[in-house]
Ligand binder design. Structure first.
Ligand code: RIB
Ligand code: CA
Length: 321
C-alpha cells in the first residue's frame, strides 16, 4: 500500500535557503502535503518574511497554499536579523514579481494551534526553518497541542561546527534561545539539522550549473538565489558554495536514509550573553541528561543534490485534478 504524504506546517523566515526548502516541499506532493506556511521574523523582519513566503509559493505555481504571518519579534529579546547574509529583501539574487496571493488574516500561531487541534493527533509534522518563536508561542498558549505533534524536524543549532552568528551559536537558535529551550524541553520527537550537516550541503559550481541547466524559472531563480547568498559563507568559511541549510529538513522527510546522526541530549544556553543560543550537545554522552533529539551530523551530499535538482525540475507542477 503506497504511503500517504506527510502533513506538515512549514514555519519559516525566507531567506533564500528557506525558499529552496519550500520549493522542494511543493515539488514533492507524493511525499509531503503542506497544510500551510507560517512566517516568523528572523533573516529579515516579519513583513518581508511573510511577503517572501508568498513570492516563493507563486514561483512554485502554488498560490493556493495558505501563508500566515506569525510573531514579529522573539519571546523576550530584541530581533536580530541577517541582511548581511540574505540581502535587504531577504530574497536578493533573482528579480521576482511582487506577490498577488493574499496573506491570511489568521495569525500564524493560531493557525498552528487550530491545525494541530483539528487534524488527527500525531498526524502533523512541524518544520521550523527559522527562529522558534511561533512554535514556542503556540505551545505556551495551547499546551494541549504539544502531545498532538507527530514530530518536529527543524534547522538549527551546531556543535562541532560551532556558531555562524556568534562563536557559540547558530542564527535560528541565537535569535530566540528561550523559544528554542521551550521546544527542546517539549518532549516531542525532534530531529535537528544543525550546521554540522548543513555545512556539508554546499552548492558547488557544478551543482549551481545543474539548477541553471533546468532552464526553467524555478531553476534560474534557485541558481541566482544561491549565487547571491554564497558570498557570506565563502568569505567567512572559505566554503565551496552556499550551504543549503533549510532544504535538508524537507529532504530528510523525503529520504531520511540520506542522513545520519545520533540521538543525544541537547540543551540551550539562555543565561550567558557570551554563549547565548549555544546548543550544548552531549554527543559523547558524558552526562546523565536524557537524550531529546536526533542530532544529524552527516548526509550523502551527491544524492541530496540529485534529489533536490530532480524535484525542482518538476516545478511548476500542472494544476491538480
Ligand atoms: O543559520 C542558518 C539558518 O538561519 C537558516 O535557517 C537561515 O535561513 C537562517 O534562518
Ligand atoms: Ca531559515
Amino acid at each position: 500500500m503506497s504511503k500517504l504524504p506527510r502533513k506538515i506546517i512549514i514555519d519559516t523566515d525566507p531567506g533564500q535557503d528557506d525558499a529552496i526548502a519550500i520549493l522542494l516541499a511543493l515539488a514533492s506532493p507524493e511525499d509531503i502535503k503542506v497544510l500551510g506556511i507560517t512566517a516568523v521574523a528572523g533573516n529579515v523582519p516579519l513583513e518581508l518574511t511573510a511577503k517572501n513566503a508568498r513570492i516563493v509559493c507563486e514561483l512554485a505555481g502554488r498560490p493556493d497554499i495558505p501563508v500566515f504571518a506569525g510573531c514579529d519579534a522573539p519571546l523576550c529579546r530584541p530581533l536580530v536579523t541577517a541582511e548581511h547574509v540574505h540581502g535587504k529583501t531577504g530574497l536578493d539574487g533573482p528579480a521576482l514579481p511582487e506577490p498577488q496571493m493574499p496573506l491570511q488574516d489568521l495569525h500564524g500561531v493560531d493557525f498552528i494551534i487550530d491545525t494541530l487541534r483539528r487534524e488527527p493527533s500525531g498526524s502533523v509534522t512541524l518544520c521550523p526553518l527559522g527562529p522558534l518563536t511561533n512554535i514556542a508561542t503556540a505551545f505556551d498558549r495551547a499546551p494541549d497541542i504539544v502531545e498532538r505533534v507527530q514530530e518536529i524536524v527543524l534547522m538549527g543549532g551546531a556543535y562541532f561546527e560551532v556558531g555562524n552568528i556568534t562563536p557559540a551559536a547558530e542564527f535560528n537558535i541565537y535569535v530566540d534561545p528561550e523559544a528554542a529551550d521551550t521546544v527542546m524541553k517539549s518532549g516531542i520527537r525532534i530531529t535537528m539539522m544543525p550546521l554540522d550537516v548543513t555545512h556539508k550541503a554546499l552548492v558547488t559550481r557544478p551543482r549551481n550549473e545543474a539548477f541553471r541547466a533546468l532552464n526553467t524559472p524555478v531553476g534560474r531563480a534557485v541558481a541566482e538565489m544561491t549565487d547571491f547568498f554564497e558570498r557570506f559563507d565563502r568569505e567567512k568559511y572559505g566554503s565551496d558554495g552556499a550551504p543549503l541549510h533549510d532544504p535538508t529538513v524537507i529532504a530528510h522527510l523525503i529520504a531520511p536514509r540520506l542522513f545520519s546522526g545520533r540521538f543525544v541530549n541537547v540543551e540551550i544556553e539562555t543565561g550567558s550573553e557570551l554563549t547565548r543560543g549555544m546548543t550544548v550537545t552531549d554527543w559523547w554522552r558524558v552526562t546523565e541528561r536524557e537524550p531529546n533529539a536526533m542530532f544529524i551530523g552527516d548526509l550523502d551530499a551527491e544524492r541530496f543534490f540529485a534529489l533536490l535538482t530532480e524535484r525542482l525540475a518538476r516545478l511548476p507542477l500542472p494544476p491538480a485534478g
